[in-house]
Design a protein around this ligand. Sequence first.
Ligand code: ZN
Length: 139
Amino acid sequence: MFGLKTEASFDSAHFLTDYYGKCENLHGHRWRVVVYLQQEELQESGTMRGMVLDFGAFKRAVREVVNSLDHTFLVEEGSLSPATVAALESEGFSLTFLPFRTTAENLARWICEQLQAKGLPVCQVDCYETPYNCATYRP
Ligand SMILES: [Zn+2]
């Protein structure tokens, strides 16, 4: 079994709905994302012979997904009133609506699914919301 690992980070704001504590308030994180690939065999021909995947392609794919969240406000669908959304958008803020509570666990799964959709053999995604707290998703 062979593996590759790379990481990227993004900055975004969020809050947790139905949560009673500090995270119910709007706040930001520098999210650190570590992605692991796993593959039984190395590629046998072409420019990636002897590799799981070219690191350049791997990093580009991770950056593409992560950049789609960078410097946006991550909002769980339905968690803000339409008037609030309209007010934020009228101020020019960039909002990313996601169909789940914006926890590190759910973000790790969402990032994993986006990378799998690009054909990457992802076996684990770690999503750090602080340097000390990390959620892990394994498909
Ligand atoms: Zn948070």
